[in-house]
Structure formats: C-alpha cells, structure tokens
Design a protein around this ligand. Sequence first.
Ligand code: HEM
Length: 410
Amino acid sequence: VTPISRRRFLGVAGVAAGGIAVGGVTGGAVATAVNHDDTANRGASSSVVPFYGAHQAGIATAAQDRLLFASFDVTTERRSDVEDLLRAWTDAAARLTQGDPVGAPMASRIAPPTDTGEAAGLYPARLTLTFGLGPSLFVADGVDRFGLAHRRPAPLLDLPAFPHDELDQARSGGDLCVQACGDDPQVLFHAIRNLTRIGRGTVVLRWAQEGFGRTSSTTTDQSTPRNLMGFKDGTNNLRAGTRLFDDNVWAAAIDDPAWMRGGSYMVTRRIRIRIETWDRSSLDDQEKTIGRRRTTGAAFGQASEFDPVDPKKVPEDSHIALSNQDANRIHILRRGYNFTDGIDPRMGQLDAGLFFIAYQRDPGLQFIPLQRKLAAHDALNEYIVHVGSGIFAVPPGVTKGGWIGQHLFA
Ligand code: HEM
C-alpha cells in the first residue's frame, strides 16, 4: 500500500472542494501554501508552518489557537541516548509539522503501527513543535548528569521563589520540553503522543498542559483576543518582524554560549485565576486592576485600544502600570493560553487561568526583575496565584540534516 501523506490527501480533497481543476499539479502544493501571517481568525487550518529555519518555529509564528505543552524527565544516564532522542524528535517534528505521519508506514500486522493514526485525514493546522532544555538537564542536585554542566547557558537561571508563589513541583520544571501549538487539539495530541512514544526508555512525561484561546497577539495583523478575565490580552505585546522583537527575543551573535545564538529562553507559569472572586468584583474594580477598559481595551485616559499608555493616568498598582515595558525598559514576548482543568475538588471552584509563556533573550534581565515587581505590588495578585513554573533554553532552528541541540553536544 502506498502511504498517502495527510497533507497530500487533503490537498487533493481541498482542490476538489474548491472546484478548481489543477491538471497535473498535486493538490498538496495548493492547500499547503505557506503563510506565516495567517491568523486564527481567518481559519488557516490547512496552512503549514515551515519546520526548518534560523529560529525554531512557534515563537515568531503568529500565535495559533491551541496549545499542548509537555515537560519530560530524562530517565537514561547515557548522553548518547539524549543525543539520539533529539535526533529522532527533530526528524519526527519535521514530518509531523508538515502534516505527515511519523516514521515509515506499517511494515507488519503483528507489530504496533509506527504512527498512532488519529491525525490521518486532519489538516496540518499550522502545527509547530518547539523544543526546550531545562536547567536540570545540565546539572541536577549538583550532579553533572551528561557532562554538560560547563555548557549551561548563564541566562538559563533557576527561577527564584517569588512572593505568593504556590508552586506544585509536579507541575513545574522538567529536563526537556515540547511546546506544541496549532489550530486543532487532536493534531497537537497526536504530535505529543508520538514524540512521547519515540522517547520511551529515554524520557517520561513529567507534566502536560492543554491551552485554548491564545492570550496574545504576536503579529501586526492579528486581532487581540480576550483572556478568561474578559479583558483584551496582547495589546502591547512584541510583534514579530520588528527590530524590538528581534533584539529582545533572540540570543544575538554577541551572546554566549555560541550554540544558543538564534535561540531564545522560555519561561512558563501556570497562573490560576480565582474566577469566582473576579466575577464578584465590580466592573470598576476589574478595570482599576488591569488599568484598561474592559470593552474597548483602551488604557485609562485614552480613547482606543492602541493609544499609548500614559503612566500618569493609570492606577499605580494596576497591572499595566507595573508591567509597562517602556517605563521598565523590559520587553518580553508573551505567547500564553487560557486553560481549564475542570474543578479543584478541594474548593469546588474552577481550576482555570492563564498558562503564561514568555520568550526572551535573557530571563535574568527580563522575566525575573519584571515578575519580582509584579509579585510584590500588582493589584492583580488578589485574583491570581502562580501554581506551576518552568524555564527552558530553546536552541536555534536547524537546516535539513541538522538536529535540535546539535551544537550543544558537538
Ligand atoms: C493571569 C495572569 C495575567 C493576566 C490575566 C494578565 C493580563 C494582562 C492584560 C489584560 C494586559 C493588557 C493588555 C496588553 O497589553 O496585553 C497585560 C499586559 C502586560 N502583561 Fe500581563 N497578565 C498576567 C500575567 C503577567 C505576567 C506574569 C507578566 C510578566 C511577568 C505579564 C506581563 C505583561 C506585560 C509586559 C504587559 C504589557 C505592558 C505594557 O507595556 O503595556 N503579565 N497583561
């Protein structure tokens, strides 16, 4: 049986549905036209995001609508196993993100199928897979596990404890992580499931987080979505394709270590929102907490969403007064998602909030000082609590034949 790639199959179907006859041209080329700038609003599910490039995809990529984040513990003691895994993950990701199944087609009826199959017939859905390396891959409990301790990037700090943190260690940390983003949760599940299978014997899942409804816009043509507090989120985010973005997100040519150049540093925080408390607060209190109007997204004292924030006109303990990027001279890329994991049985309340993801060039100069300030003074603290945390070095992208993290191990 000739394997039909999901992409090619859908390409043909897509062309037929559109009623366009393209003689001799494979439909795949039509339906998979690459468009970085598609927005979730425009229903871009048939689009494919290129896997190879100077940077890993899933950072500057226009934020997709869904997230499945997975953090792994490495269980092997052999450095070569970790290298082999990163090679195998890179190959698998190059296929999965293009809408193809992992591995070769089924060879035998008596072995389990190479690909688990649940994404067959689905669109590639702008899937991106972004890989990160946690501090504990380099040193854990003072042990240099894989001879990598001396190569640990200085910006890959252990995050300090912040006031009011209530971190669950079972939902924090990890030696390796994969951020899967796309527009179809089943495509994301398929990707993480198959990467986990490939990693069997080398890694085990430590924690995972599903997210829906992006809480940021990361390009100039995306509209601003709303978070679970009902406010527009992402108005003053960094935008891909700008100098400010490049200078603040990517490890630069002058930054050490050399193997991280073109990479970035990711911080994740599982932030629970006390939904019930928020819902009992007046509109006035809610707006004072954020510093923006709920309906329009305009900052206090301004008429519309993108009017610049005037720090003199917003309450001084409001979230946007304290996080103001120009005043702080701290810019980060926010790329988080709303989440809900049912109810918290201890309190009978919704376990929901914002899975915060930030990308930056140096967390010691960006996330850490900013979060110190917010944790100490932000009016938002009455309604939120940080319950999970992670920090990862995200190596640069690869060209065909290369593998993620290759230059770390070289
Ligand atoms: C559940 C937690 C959070 C919620 C609900 C939230 C919500 C918001 C909202 C509604 C805005 C205004 C719109 C915008 O410019 O995007 C905003 C802005 C911002 N937030 Fe948050 N945020 C949260 C956590 C954080 C954290 C943990 C950080 C960083 C440590 C952060 C950093 C920022 C920054 C830098 C801005 C833009 C400030 C500016 O320059 O105008 N936020 N956030």
